[in-house]
Design a protein around this ligand. Sequence first.
Ligand SMILES: Nc1ncnc2c1ncn2[C@@H]1O[C@H](COP(=O)(O)OP(=O)(O)OP(=O)(O)O)[C@@H](O)[C@H]1O
Length: 308
Amino acid sequence: MIEVQGLTKTYGAHRAVDDVTFSARPGRVTGFLGPNGAGKSTTMRMMVGLTPPSSGSATVCGVPFAALPNPPREVGVLLDASAQHAGRTGREILAVAAQTAALPRRRVEEMLELVSLTRTEADRRVRDYSLGMRQRLGIAVALIGDPDVLVLDEPANGLDPAGIRWMRDLLRGFAADGGTVLLSSHLLHEIEVVADDIVVIGRGRIVAQGTKAELLEQAGTVVAPAEATDGAALVRACAGAGLDVVRLGDGALRVEADGTTVGRLAHAAGVPLGRLQAADGAGLEEMFLQLTADTQREDATHPEGAAA
Ligand SMILES: Nc1ncnc2c1ncn2[C@@H]1O[C@H](COP(=O)(O)OP(=O)(O)OP(=O)(O)O)[C@@H](O)[C@H]1O
């Protein structure tokens, strides 16, 4: 279990993390999603005692990270896969990690096998590792103490498609065994395929959180009139009922309401529909971009923007 309460970090006048509260529960994968610079890494660094918070608190397994008697046995942490000593071999890094946590030496070979680093690769210096190999080594270090909790910052960076699949299966398996997983990403798809719960952060603040199913529901309904000329009437009908409406660009709209509500409004307005469906993943992406729009470097929202 991870509990974060009111975590805030200011750098001068800049609030990098602003009153962040959420929890990551056992048996579930929690995705921490936000665009570049949203505050994910800073939040995670505060959770594991690497950055002192300006205010607020975080506990892992019920206590602050710094109070854990043998952290690697409780929490596996991967924050920066390139932070390992570049002159050491992968095997040496794992050996040091095992020794620090008072673990038997055999854990080193077990972890190498788990993350599929070959004998030759394990004996190579980390400076000669690809980013994907560094991520695998980082996962091995995180798992070496057989922890209950995993905190992983962008663990899929640098992994090839097979590696991403491997990582996903590993995290799902970890959670299925009762473990708690918190992983960050700036890519919705990466989070969507693996997470049970999603916390969305933008410009240091939580902008949405809930189970994936709840967020998909909030993503609303995609609707399009049978006749393109009815587009404006459909927008008026939905917006007039106080619903948020976003034009999707192909004549369709995303309306923040369930299908029955939208269907009734269209019917009342005398607009025959050509399409009415749950917004699902594409809707979630639209919602994510909208929620974090003011934190995106590029204006990723559709040029037509919000219609209401
Ligand atoms: N040591 C620091 N000093 C000043 N500002 C910082 C420091 N560390 C982070 N920041 C700022 O805090 C904000 C959040 O950064 P953070 O690295 O937590 O974002 P992120 O969500 O992890 O981004 P990314 O997806 O790009 O890794 C950014 O504006 C960043 O410039």
